[in-house]
Write a protein that binds this ligand. Structure first.
Ligand SMILES: Nc1ncnc2c1ncn2[C@@H]1O[C@H](COP(=O)(O)OP(=O)(O)O)[C@@H](O)[C@H]1O
Ligand SMILES: [Mg+2]
Length: 285
């Protein structure tokens, strides 16, 4: 921000009385992740105190955060998303694992319904392991978990960015991970993954990924930027996993890499992100 010639201040919301914000800032550039930051709560607070902010509004943020709701919408849109089951804590781990066995079979992919960064995610190969995970999940009663059909393939992601008022898709980024999946450590250690941006996948696949990412962004009513994650199989299936309404904005992050592949330098990316705070429509629930 400072590089872009703006007067900026880093604000830690944990230590800040939100009612003092309107006196301190003209626009909030959100660099937040996960629950509380990406799920509509901060967005609602900023709407309430009347501060323009970057990215999506309350509803799209909440829908993007909750994977089962996002997937239900994607299915009704005719988008391909892996089959899934939300785990019901009212059932015993043995009964739930049996339900997974009967509906999805093994392996399945286990993850929090409102998680991120691949935290708490795992590939589950058997009913026994599923029971163990479900028992461990009972230690986190406020967390909801889900399982998905395991899709063997390559993780891919598509960034969307509003440029001069027009939403555009950025070049696809694909990842080859050295571990079982694109886990937390691979996301943070470049030595454990190989990335291509633009993607080395065939053009008909990357075109479909970009089209589907755009449909998902519009489907949830996202605003200004987002990043849609997929698994792409060797037979050309493009299975949509989720939409991230506040993708990481760091200079070394995915969105910056995708913007660079589109010829957009980092300070310009930040300028586009700032501009979108002023093109957001009035909030409609
Ligand atoms: N259904 C699945 N099949 C295979 N791998 C998956 C599946 N879902 C997630 N993954 C793996 O986990 C990573 C993170 O999953 P994602 O749904 O994007 O959640 P997060 O919010 O943690 O990023 C993906 O990039 C992929 O490597
Ligand atoms: Mg993801």
């Amino acid at each position: 921000m400072a590089d872009a010639g703006r007067d900026c201040e880093l604000i830690d919301l944990v230590e800040t009385d939100p009612h003092t914000l309107p006196d301190r800032i003209d626009v909030a550039l959100l660099g937040l992740h996960g629950l509380g930051g990406e799920d509509g709560k901060i967005q609602g607070l900023l709407e309430t105190v009347g501060i323009p902010y970057t990215g999506s509004g309350v509803l799209a943020s909440a829908v993007g955060m909750h994977k089962p709701t996002f997937k239900r919408l994607a299915t009704s849109e005719g988008l391909d998303t892996p089959r899934w089951l939300v785990l019901n804590p009212a059932l015993s781990p043995a009964a739930m694992a049996l339900a997974v066995h009967l509906t999805l079979g093994w392996p399945v992919f286990f993850k929090p319904s409102s998680g991120g960064g691949s935290l708490d995610a795992a590939v589950v190969h058997s009913q026994v392991k599923m029971i163990e995970l479900l028992q461990a999940a009972r230690e986190h009663p406020y967390e909801q978990y889900m399982v998905e059909e395991y899709v063997t393939g390559r993780p891919c992601t598509v960034g969307l960015l509003e440029i001069d008022g027009k939403l555009t898709t950025l070049p696809v980024l694909d990842v080859q991970t050295h571990g079982e999946f694109y886990d937390y450590t691979a996301k943070h250690d470049p030595a454990q993954r190989t990335e291509h941006c633009p993607s080395i996948l065939p053009e008909d696949i990357t075109r479909r990924l970009r089209q589907d990412a755009l449909r998902a962004h519009r489907m949830i009513g996202a605003h200004g930027l987002s990043r849609v994650d997929f698994m792409v199989t060797s037979s050309g299936r493009t299975a949509m996993l989720e939409s991230n309404t506040l993708p990481g904005l760091s200079q070394r992050g995915n969105l910056a890499a995708m913007a660079a592949a589109a010829g957009i330098a980092y300070p310009d990316l930040i300028q586009h992100v700032l501009a979108m705070a002023f093109t957001k429509p009035w909030y409609v629930p």
